[in-house]
Design a protein around this ligand. Sequence first.
Ligand code: DAT
Ligand code: MG
Length: 144
Amino acid sequence: MATNRTFTMLKPDAVEKGYIGPILEKINAAGFKIVAMKMTRLTTAGAEEFYKIHKDQPFFGDLVKYMTCGPIVAAILEKENAVEDFRVLIGATNPADAAEGTIRKLYAESIGNNAIHGSDSDENAAIESAFHFSGREVFSGKFF
Ligand code: DAT
Ligand code: MG
């Protein structure tokens, strides 16, 4: 398993409820290294672009509204098998189906407002990371 990267966003509901700390704690405890991070807010056009694969879904309008309703925390995470392991850590899209101990089971309120994003492939991790971060904002190797 190669060391690689995934991209995450702590979504507006998680930020609003004060879950940044607890969620980052779980991410650290699971062995992910944060190599880029920022608090930011998606514009409507930005959210439509980020989630364009879902543009024909009935929930698309609500998704864009929710993802733009407040600040998010975007981050790039490094770990062996990052994409797959992070999807396990966050749990199923619907928190009602998420396994015990997963981030969505603990902190998500509904399938729409589900607290956290995790990339679903290495290719999408790279695209999503580039959407939020410039090269100079991403740190790798030993920090000191
Ligand atoms: P995931 O975030 O687990 O990768 P996804 O890519 O299928 O899930 O969908 C992106 C987001 O869209 C998801 O985090 C929440 C929203 N969403 C997905 N399915 C939904 C549904 N059936 N009803 C409402 N929102 C939904
Ligand atoms: Mg997805």
